[in-house]
Design a protein around this ligand. Structure first.
Ligand code: NAP
Length: 325
């Protein structure tokens, strides 16, 4: 097998494409031949030693992938050789093969292509958990999605629409805004050019959004929160913009609003049954055509460094997926 190896987490340049022995699955594991692996923002942070999870060195980055089971370890039930699966396990995906915990593999129906499946779990699970569970989104409410053309942002637009909300998508260029409208956003704000607060006021008749979904942080958080509706919920999803914002606590007081933390990985670990039910609902929505990953482009796995460069420079709309020939 071949894999991109991180021996020294000093950044993307230090990754090395290496031939390694193909491993044999232990009890409870399966060997997956990887067909597709998507980039998620943590994949960028982890190779720079900036992510909360710090795997022992050396490691193979790539948190999320889909492929075909090629060998099954002892005690594994429910998965067989030749079965297509999707898996999110933090590392291992930027390779031709990987060992995966059978319990973390989601069996895929034939109608679920590997490229879509590799771009599904992290973004849709995060956005579903954020909007419907933590945010208690109700039909007819207005949702503002920041960084709306990104991975979790595009999933948030589709899930909020599936739940009957009105969606305002905010992103840094008109091109990104157009993509958001094309996948269902009712209105958009180009915060590279337009004033966020003034435009939000205009778009909501002065009321403000009921829910703000924020995977960006940085300078957007303060003006966004100041625009929130009475009883609004501000969903803290991530800090792709860099700085972690600090909000004055008089703001939630004055709006009767909540600041709600989102940690989907923690939810999946602590509440596995609720997470499994949520994943089942998401798979059904995919089968019904209500949600579909936005794939910016696919690239062969040997162009991983180029893909990382696109993500780091905010050039991606939706998801980048690496594929094995
Ligand atoms: N809490 C959770 O459970 C959870 C789960 C998954 C992901 N996350 C977090 O959510 C965030 C987004 O993840 P993602 O996979 O959706 O990433 P992504 O596809 O790269 O999207 C991030 C968006 O952030 C915006 N952005 C602003 N400043 C940026 C910068 N300096 N560099 C890169 N992007 C910047 C970009 O939109 P514009 O150009 O339009 O501003 C970009 O589209 C990350 O912080 C990630 O760690 C959290």
């Amino acid at each position: 097998m071949h894999a991109w190896l991180c021996e020294n987490p000093t950044g993307v340049d230090a990754l090395i494409w290496k031939e390694l022995p193909t491993p044999v699955p232990a009890a409870g594991e399966v060997l997956v031949e990887i067909k597709a692996a998507s980039l998620n923002f943590p994949d960028l942070l982890i190779v720079q030693n900036k992510y909360q999870m710090k795997p022992p060195l050396p490691f193979v980055p790539g948190s999320e992938f889909a492929g075909v089971v090629r060998a099954v370890g002892a005690g594994v039930t429910g998965l067989r050789e030749g079965q297509s699966v999707a898996c999110l396990q933090g590392t291992g995906g930027f390779a031709t093969h990987v060992l995966a915990q059978a319990s973390q593999c989601m069996p895929l129906p034939d109608a679920f292509p590997h490229v879509d499946a590799a771009a599904f779990i992290m973004t849709y699970a995060t956005s579903h958990h954020a909007l419907l569970d933590r945010g208690q989104l109700q039909g007819g409410e207005t949702v503002l999605v920041l960084g709306a053309a990104g991975g979790v942002g595009t999933a948030a637009i589709q899930i909020a629409k599936a739940a009957g909300a009105r969606v305002i998508a905010a992103a840094s260029s008109e091109e990104k805004c157009a993509l958001c409208r094309s996948i269902g956003a009712d209105a958009s704000i180009d915060y590279g050019r337009q004033d966020l607060r003034a435009t939000l006021k205009e778009l909501t008749g002065g009321k403000g959004p009921d829910i703000i979904y924020d995977p960006v942080g940085g300078e957007l958080a303060d003006p966004a929160f100041r625009s929130i509706a009475w009883r609004g919920r501000y969903l803290v999803v991530g800090f792709a913009g860099g700085p972690i914002p600090a909000l004055p606590l008089n703001l939630p007081l004055l709006k009767g609003a909540s600041i709600v933390g989102i940690f989907w990985g923690g939810f999946a670990q602590r509440e596995p049954q609720r997470n499994a039910a949520m994943m089942q609902e998401l798979a059904a929505w995919y089968a019904q055509g209500r949600i579909k990953p936005v794939i910016d482009r696919t690239l062969p796995l040997d162009r991983l460094k180029e893909a990382y460069g696109l993500m780091g420079s905010r050039s991606v709309k939706g998801k980048l997926v690496m594929v094995n020939g």
